[in-house]
Design a protein. Structure first.
Length: 1010
């Protein structure tokens, strides 16, 4: 036995060890790729407010809508605030009346309640603050009026509060979800001070607490301005060892003990990702393989010694005598040689490896494509922040005294002429327009790049825009075909007659904004009289929002849709050399303009087969470039249409471009204001990776195949023919071809096995026929006939039995009910029940109101066909569902039980006769019974004697008395009466099996009629 299983087991453990080793390497490579993607994402997306965004939903879920003790609320808020540096976060909770539920100083509590009451009002509501209210809110915010203008009516959003002094809250968030329960938390107000955070605090928080789906990756951060930060649970000695290993590896990837480390450099410092090596291929696998090898060697030595001993004692065999090899020895040789086992295991492992690798390659490629799209859009946010900082620097926000506004105007003019800005307006504090330049509305700054090209290239690029979907105009063609230099061909628009409505608003805004600017810096307001702005008509809402943004969003780059289209606006007050406000500056960027510089760098060169690329596609009709080239805008236009038809879904598909094919992942631009962003990966790169996997798996499979072929040549002539015959027989048995017989002329164990197999096939043929008969005999378990419910249950003691029950509807609407019991068991009894079923089906329509005639005809049929060899007790009933009339006739079947609600079931003594097939003349008498009426029973139960004759361990039969009680309980229970009756009998007899077949048929009225 050791030899039989030793060699296959040895091969199995060796293959399993190799498979686990490859799986370890594959998992390690995947974790390294995930760690690299995580580091790249953290570098792009690290921002202190993002940590607030991640943590605030958890606090809301824990407290909003819940009524908690004050000490528990205080502890919850304190623990949440303690996660951040001191003074970085202040949280207030409120009930449905707006009262503060968190402990605070009286002044802060009053200020929080007053501020929260104002913020809950709609954004259009006018709020007037008296001196006391301003002082109350001033305990929390530096500039209450400006903060209220930004926050009022803006719940569930983290908003920036500009112009706040250092260490004063500069971000705020509030939510309001009133609850019907008194005392429950209904509102939350959070005031955040990013000045209390270090510049790299957001990145530190991401390092300390990685996302749950990155639990296998540990992080570390070496900051240029602060201490080292490690992920929770990362040991310091592990980090130091990995850091030392990375110092000697310029590639940024190093191994240190049981860890692999990779590094990325950011502006905040160095990020290190650490991945634990999975334990080398499990030692227990190799230990088991070695043990099996030792057992195989010992068993081979013992077998050889035993063979020599038998050869020495046995006489020399004569020609034609048996070889002496038994079937057991032959099977042992077959299994020991392992003909099929190594090949099957190697093939299965190779196939699984190839299939898994194929899916992993595509999934990894698409996951990397999604990461590239995320980085593309996340980088645009940083581009916006950099643009805003550049504009703030030009506007003199960070400049010392002595700032000259003229320098800002020169810089903006250069930006506009270069196509990086669309409009700018500079209005003095005395409402005088000092400078204003704007490009044509139809030609955003991104079009300047095209119009500056030489005429032939300019025309070619414009034709590409037309092919992409832009409708050509005369103005376009004049600019394209004009050979004059750029300044003469594309003039900046004159002031007269253009955007006069916008200039009127800017004149009013300049006075208000400069006054706000001067008052905040301690200068007196403008002595000119203040005026109120009144806007009416179609532009009322849009102009009102525009005017409000000009006051509340100074020194901020904001996107807005409305009077000026979809644009980014930047408002700033330019200071005079003495620090006093000089005038209001407005810079306007079209969406296509502000993304141009970013996309030119982010999308890189044209997509080629050399590697993956990124494509950004604007709306087809815009005069805006596609990136990286206009040719890409035409090439990928069909995919843009697919993305447009499913804006909320991620497009993952394969596309063919000429002779090359690509895997494409695309979606609608979310944070990036373009129509579609696509990540393109050449399929040749994926196919190359797949071919490498297939080649490696094929090599292993060829080695296993050669080994198996060698063993097959040795054993084929001795063992395969009889085993092939046996396999054919098993297959025939599985397919139901029971007529097949195996050659049983051999005298060894295999011959006896074939003879037993032939007997089993003959028996299975009989059982197959019996199964068909039984399947045709049994009616459905339950049936509805008007207001009557018919339930039939049957249990055979063997594969076939002699109980017969049936119910079916006659052409006139009556229901024929039959229950019988054939003497004996086995296939003969099953055939008799089949004959009875077909006969009853034929006789029912002929005698629709005479059950006794059906029994008489059956008696003659059984007597003539069976010649009194077998008999059958039987009861036949005809039920009229409309009236409840049941006419039945009984031929030696047990008396049925009738039941009325509230009374025990009783036996109904019916006229009876001899069993069918035994007497020459059978004269059963009919009996009429009205079911479901006021005077009649509500149910009747027919059964065979197998139920009442079932015995328990002490040979005590279940009996008629217990059976009547079981029927009463089953009918009163309201469930399935058949199942309940069988369960009661089974509970009495367990664990003794029933000696006879058992059947029950219940007719129960669901309601009673008069």
């Amino acid at each position: 036995m050791i030899l039989v299983w030793g060699i296959p087991s040895l091969i199995f453990w060796l293959l399993l060890g190799a498979w686990l080793h490859l799986d370890d390497q594959r998992q390690l490579d995947r974790q390294l790729e995930q760690a690299g993607a995580l580091l790249d994402r953290l570098i792009v997306e690290s921002w202190p407010i993002r940590h607030f965004q991640r943590r605030l939903p958890e606090l809301q879920a824990r407290c909003l809508g819940r009524r908690l003790p004050s000490d528990q609320l205080a502890q919850m808020v304190s623990s949440f605030e303690a996660e951040f540096p001191p003074r970085a976060l202040r949280v207030f909770l409120f009930d449905r009346e707006g009262r503060s539920l968190t402990p605070a100083r009286p002044a802060e509590q009053e200020g929080a309640e007053r501020l929260f009451a104002i913020l809950r009002q709609p954004a259009t509501a006018t709020v007037e603050l008296d001196q006391r209210q301003q002082e109350q809110i001033g305990t929390l915010l530096d500039h209450p009026r400006q903060a209220i203008d930004l926050l009022q009516g803006q719940p569930d959003r983290i908003l920036w509060l500009p112009e706040q002094r250092d260490l004063w809250p500069d971000h705020a968030f509030f939510t309001w979800q009133p609850s019907s329960e008194e005392g429950a938390v209904a509102g939350l107000l959070a005031l955040m001070t990013t000045g209390a955070l270090s510049p790299d605090e957001g990145l530190r928080e991401a390092v300390r607490f990685p996302a749950p789906w990155h639990q296998s990756i540990s992080l570390a951060m070496i900051s240029d301005r602060g201490p080292i930060t490690l992920s929770t649970g990362l040991a310091t000695d592990v980090f130091l060892a990995c850091r030392q290993a990375l110092a000697s590896q310029p590639s940024g990837l190093a191994a240190a003990g049981e860890w692999l480390a990779l590094s990325r450099r950011s502006r905040e410092g160095e990020l290190i990702g650490l991945v634990p090596r999975r334990t080398p291929t499990r030692a227990w696998v190799w230990a088991l393989a070695g043990a099996h090898l030792g057992l195989v060697l010992l068993s081979l030595m013992a077998a050889r010694l035993g063979s020599r001993h038998r050869d020495a004692q046995a006489p020399t065999p004569t020609r034609g005598s048996p070889s002496g090899w038994s079937l057991r020895a032959r099977l042992a040789g077959l299994l020991a040689l392992g003909i099929a086992f190594p090949l099957g295991v190697a093939g299965a492992l190779a196939w699984l490896h190839v299939e898994e690798a194929r899916g992993e390659i595509l999934a990894h490629s698409r996951a990397e494509a999604i990461n590239r799209l995320d980085r593309l859009e996340a980088g645009f946010e940083r581009h916006l922040r950099d643009t805003e900082l550049r504009l703030r620097r030009w506007a003199g926000e960070f400049a010392p005294r002595g700032f000259e506004p003229a320098s800002t105007i020169r810089q903006l003019s250069d930006e506009l002429e270069a196509g990086r800005l669309d409009q700018y307006y500079y209005v003095s504090s005395t409402a005088r327009v000092l400078s204003w330049q704007a490009l044509d509305d139809k030609y955003p700054g991104d079009a300047v790049r095209l119009l500056r090209l030489p005429p032939p290239e300019r025309e070619r690029q414009y034709r590409l825009l037309v092919a992409r979907g832009r409708r050509p105009t005369l103005r376009d063609w004049q600019l394209i075909s004009d050979p004059r230099p750029w300044p003469q061909r594309f003039q900046l628009l004159p002031r007269a007659g253009k955007k006069t409505h916008l200039l009127k608003i800017l004149e009013w805004l300049s006075r208000e904004a400069v006054n706000v600017f001067n008052v905040r810096r301690g200068f007196p307001p403008n002595p000119l009289p203040r005026s109120e702005l009144v806007v009416s008509g179609m532009l009322q809402d849009e102009m009102g929002d525009f005017a409000k943004l000009g006051i509340a969003a100074l020194n901020q780059l904001r996107d807005i849709s409305g009077v000026m289209g979809n644009v980014y606006l930047f408002f700033a007050v330019l200071p005079q050399p003495d620090g006093r406000g000089d005038g209001l500056l407005l810079a306007v960027f079209e969406f296509g303009t502000i993304v141009a510089d970013y996309l030119r760098e982010a999308c890189g060169t044209q997509v080629a087969t050399a590697g993956p690329g990124l494509v950004a596609l604007p709306r087809p009709w815009d005069f805006v470039y596609s990136y990286p080239t206009l040719e890409d805008g035409i090439t990928w236009l069909p995919l843009q249409e697919q993305v447009r038809r499913q804006p909320d879904a991620l497009l993952q598909t394969a596309a063919r471009l000429g002779p090359e094919s690509f895997d494409v992942v695309g979606r609608t631009g979310r944070r990036l204001p373009v129509s579609t962003v696509l990540a393109i990966t050449p399929l040749d790169r994926l196919h190359a990776a797949r071919r490498n996997v297939i080649a490696a798996a094929g090599g292993r499979l060829i080695l296993a195949l050669g080994f198996c072929l060698l063993l097959t040549l040795v054993t084929r002539s001795r063992l395969l023919p009889p085993l092939r015959d046996l396999a054919d027989g098993v297959q025939a048995m599985r397919e139901g071809r029971f007529a097949l017989r195996l050659p049983a002329e051999r005298t060894d164990e295999l011959g006896r096995l074939f003879a037993a197999f032939n007997r089993a096939m003959a028996h299975l043929a009989e059982m197959q026929l019996a199964a068909v008969v039984q399947a045709r005999l049994l009616p459905p378990p339950e049936r509805r006939c008007g207001r009557f419910r018919l339930v039939a249950r049957n249990q055979m003691t063997q594969a076939t039995g002699g109980d017969f029950l049936d119910h079916h509807e006659l052409p006139d609407g009556r229901v024929l009910i039959v229950l019988g019991d054939v003497t004996g068991h086995g296939i003969g009894a099953a055939l008799v029940t089949a004959m009875a079923k077909e006969a009853v089906r034929e006789l029912g329509p002929r005698f629709p109101d005479r059950p006794e005639a059906i029994l008489e005809t059956l008696n003659r049929l059984f007597r003539d066909v069976l010649d009194r060899a077998l008999g059958m007790t039987c009861v036949v009933g005809l039920l009229e569902p409309a009236t409840g009339r049941l006419r039945l006739a009984n031929a030696a079947q047990s008396f049925p039980l009738v039941w009325r609600p509230g009374q025990p079931a009783t036996f109904l003594e019916t006229p009876t006769s001899y069993p069918l097939g035994l007497a020459r003349r059978s004269q059963p008498q009919p009996l009429d019974l009205w079911l479901g009426t006021a005077d009649g029973p509500a149910a009747i139960v027919f059964y065979t004697d197998g139920l009442v004759e079932a015995v328990d361990r002490s040979e005590t039969p279940f009996g008629y008395t217990r059976f009547a009680a079981a029927v009463t309980a089953a009918l009163e229970g309201g469930g399935d009466p058949g199942q309940a009756i069988f369960a009661a009998v089974r509970q009495f007899t367990e664990p003794v099996p029933w000696a006879d077949d058992a059947s029950v048929l219940v007719i129960q009225a669901t309601d009673v009629v008069s």
